[in-house]
Write a protein that binds this ligand. Structure first.
Ligand code: ZN
Length: 314
């Protein structure tokens, strides 16, 4: 019997100035900044995590802010669009809110569902879709109340340089079910209640390039450490080359690149974000893994200060 992921654990993207990032995802979208840490592989830069109140798997988006890096290009081998799940009936609230912040919003329909499409300040393609499922996010911030708050990730649209190969990886490795096809998109569903709908574009859109404003990787959920080891063997058995297990402090991770060029990660649900600071205060302080703690002073001095603040529409 093959393995099946519950769905997306998190999405990680490269963006520009960290304050613009915090203002957009924190203040405009009303997500909770659940962790402020550094990129463990490049500790001179931030790694910022946003999610629902508890930072549950399936609600998390994380950012590497590269302040002076060149712009990337969204294209094959990437997550092209990241979609968020909002409560049913809340799209008109969001359309008004985003417009009031001077964000250009387009409405579109896909697989019978209405979407609002827009970009973040650094060019990432985002969407909101109202759909039942997921749990209400009780984190109120800056004019976004629980009845309209983003519940977590709805899913993604993937762009692949070899769509048939990516389709095979989604079905035969990650254990997603193919559920529909429409206008050059194939829809897949994972078993979880959130972050579980993946649309794959079945033609090439042109090669993507790494840089600001593109998604770096998509992480899928593993239940626990044992399940994670099983995933690693399973991926190998299917003919891919997973990395060794990396301890990301808030989850364990292995990575492999599927044959359409998209970097897949498999991440454990636990231990989560409240194990090194309290649930109430998480996100407020710069958190460092043990190996970097002795360099805290230098790190804090070299990182651009960021502040979570209430901002008002213009
Ligand atoms: Zn990741």
């Amino acid at each position: 019997m093959g393995k099946q992921t519950a769905g997306i654990h998190h999405i990680t993207a490269i963006v520009g100035h960290p304050q613009e990032n915090v203002d957009f995802y924190g203040s405009v979208l009303g997500l909770r900044l659940i962790k402020k840490t550094v990129n463990f592989d490049d500790p001179g830069t931030y790694h910022l995590y946003f999610g629902n109140e508890g930072g549950q798997p399936g609600t998390i988006i994380t950012f590497f802010p590269w302040e002076n890096a060149p712009k990337g290009k969204i294209g094959d081998g990437q997550v092209g669009v990241t979609s968020y799940l909002v409560p049913e009936g809340s799209l008109s609230f969001w359309e008004k809110r985003l417009s009031s912040f001077d964000i250009k919003v387009e409405t579109l329909t896909r697989f019978g569902e209405d979407y609002l499409a827009f970009e973040d300040p650094h060019g990432l393609q985002l969407e909101l879709v109202a759909r039942a499922g997921g749990t209400e996010n009780p984190y109120p911030f800056s004019g976004v109340t629980a009845d309209v708050a983003i519940k977590g990730l709805a899913g993604t649209t993937l762009y692949s340089s070899a769509p048939a190969e990516t389709a095979a990886a989604l079905e035969n490795v990650m254990g997603l079910e193919r559920v529909a096809e429409e206008d050059g998109l194939v829809r897949y569903k994972a078993t979880g209640k959130i972050g579980n709908i993946i649309d794959l574009k079945n033609v090439s859109v042109g090669q993507g390039e790494i840089g600001v404003g593109m998604v770096h990787h998509i992480a899928w959920r593993a239940e626990n450490d044992l399940d994670h080891l099983e995933w690693s063997s399973w991926v190998k058995e299917k003919g891919f080359y997973p990395t060794e297990v990396k301890d990301r402090n808030y989850f364990k991770a292995v990575y492999y690149r599927e044959r359409g060029g998209i970097l897949f990660e498999i991440a454990t649900d636990g231990p989560g974000f409240a194990h090194d600071e309290s649930y109430e205060t998480m996100g407020e302080k710069l958190m460092l893994p043990k190996q970097f703690e002795e360099y805290r002073e230098q790190m804090e001095a070299s990182l651009t200060p960021v502040e979570l603040r209430t901002i008002k529409p213009e």
